[in-house]
Design a protein around this ligand. Structure first.
Ligand SMILES: CC[C@@H](C(=O)O)C(=O)SCCNC(=O)CCNC(=O)[C@H](O)C(C)(C)COP(=O)(O)OP(=O)(O)OC[C@H]1O[C@@H](n2cnc3c(N)ncnc32)[C@H](O)[C@@H]1OP(=O)(O)O
Ligand code: CO
Length: 140
């Protein structure tokens, strides 16, 4: 497998609105994109652009959000996952499965419009890891 660039760091938050204020006023972030709902992933999302990557703010959307458990344990929010790009999502899934790592579900379309999957933190040194197919044209 060819491991690509770090696409984003996912940060879970109980309030995207408050987190946007933090990244703008404390971190000095200048490019903060409009939040949007991603019902298929059970989250509301907002991207903060940095020169070499992105922070992905995620707030639970609906009762069955996959980040409910994380926020129950970390009520103030915190670093939730890291996401790496790969050229071929199916090749990457086969790679991780071949290494004995638990892939959580089938590839699905993520916030950047390309297929993603997650690998369980217990098999990844304690880090929930998202793998995404590189967008065509290399867009963030
Ligand atoms: C915006 C869309 C998309 C994108 O395009 O970028 C996204 O990023 S969506 C992001 C949200 N979606 C997901 O996270 C989907 C994948 N996640 C899951 O399926 C679950 O969250 C999980 C990883 C299976 C955890 O499920 P949960 O029910 O919350 O926890 P458990 O109690 O079963 O936890 C087991 C074990 O794992 C530890 N854990 C849980 N979450 C994390 C985490 N984010 N980072 C590190 N470790 C984590 C948890 O503490 C438990 O440990 P023990 O207590 O020691 O057993
Ligand atoms: Co993500």
């Amino acid at each position: 497998m060819e491991l690509g660039r770090l696409n984003h760091v996912g940060v879970a938050t109980p309030s995207i609105e408050n987190s946007i204020a933090f990244y703008r006023d404390v971190m000095g972030a200048e490019v903060i994109r409009e939040p949007f709902d991603l019902p298929a992933q059970g989250v509301k999302v907002c991207f903060v652009d940095t020169p070499n990557s992105q922070i992905e703010l995620i707030e639970p959307l609906g009762e069955n959000s996959p980040i409910h458990g994380f926020l129950a344990k970390n009520p103030a929010g915190g670093q939730h996952h890291v996401c790496y790009e790969v050229p071929d999502i199916h090749e990457a899934k086969a790679w991780f499965e071949g290494k004995g790592c638990k892939v959580l579900g089938e590839p699905r379309i993520g916030a950047h419009g390309t297929p993603i999957f997650f690998v369980h933190p217990k098999d990844m040194g304690g880090v929930l890891t998202e793998i995404m197919e590189t967008p065509k044209g290399g867009e963030h």
